[in-house]
Design a protein around this ligand. Sequence first.
Ligand code: ATP
Ligand code: MG
Length: 326
Amino acid sequence: MSRIFSGIQPSGELHIGNYLGAVRNWVRLQHQQPTIICIVDYHAITVAYDPDQLRVRRREMALSLLAAGIDPDVATLFVQSAVQEHTELQWIFNTITPLGELERQAQFKEKSQRQESVNAGLLNYPVLQAADILLYRADLVPVGEDQVQHLELSRVVARRWNAAFARGAAYFPEPQAMLTPARRIMGLDGQAKMSKSMGNTIGLLESREEIWAKLRPAVTDPARVRRIDPGHPEVCNVYRLHEAFSDSETVKDVYQQCTTAGWGCIDCKNVLLGAMDREFVPIRRRAAELRANPARVDDALAAGAGACRLIAGETMRYVRERMGLD
Ligand code: ATP
Ligand code: MG
């Protein structure tokens, strides 16, 4: 049976890009296969951050994931820094990772451009990611499209370690990415991927009013300058969101109304708001319940870390023995 592992950084609020690209898949898959979800705080400190804010964001991310439907009775949810073996295995993997592969990573190029000075942690980010996944010998990783290149690197690392230290046996599986149809949601400005760190997001726990204030001015097809200009749904971010949130009849209708200029973009966004609200009302309700019972979040994280330490310890015993480090 496959083991599923995935992670999310506590670098800001959980947004609809994270939800559609990854979290929705986690919620579905947790009932089918053993699923481990990690709040990756060691990844989040690769860019400038505030320690007090990190504490708050880590908790808030745990609460948001539970509200989104991660069920601690079936899935394992934990914080990366609570399991020390992640950084231990990362160091080991650093010693077998080709530098050129790290320098070629699109996320490194993009994030390092935004920094005044670039630290080695940002470069080694995908090595830690490989350690996260392989520590649990997971073989299926549900992520957004931006993480596919990092997973290629995880496969290289697994292959190299197996060849060098496992006498060619496939001790570490080569993990595969698993994508959703909404694998890359653009930001509301239409300029770049929706990202926690870019201020172009809709948060999963935002109110209907807050969502509308952001959705209303969101970029659509630039060809729709006037209300009577027909649009091209295939280039419109709002249409992508309809595909993710609206039922198939509505999606067909949206296509028709847009291409014939039957609706204006505001009409179209109003229908989308309704569909998003239907999905988010129960999520917001669960979030409110968890805020009233913070011990449920703490208990879920403590149980998750405990379960992960056992698996991680077992993996590291084997790794140390094979590498002459025991
Ligand atoms: P940051 O800006 O700090 O990198 P982020 O929004 O990119 O934050 P991550 O924590 O890096 O979020 O990624 C968590 C998961 O969400 C990953 O699986 C990633 O591929 C997915 N994801 C992130 N942004 C999007 C997006 N715009 N569309 C689809 N999936 C996304
Ligand atoms: Mg990211």
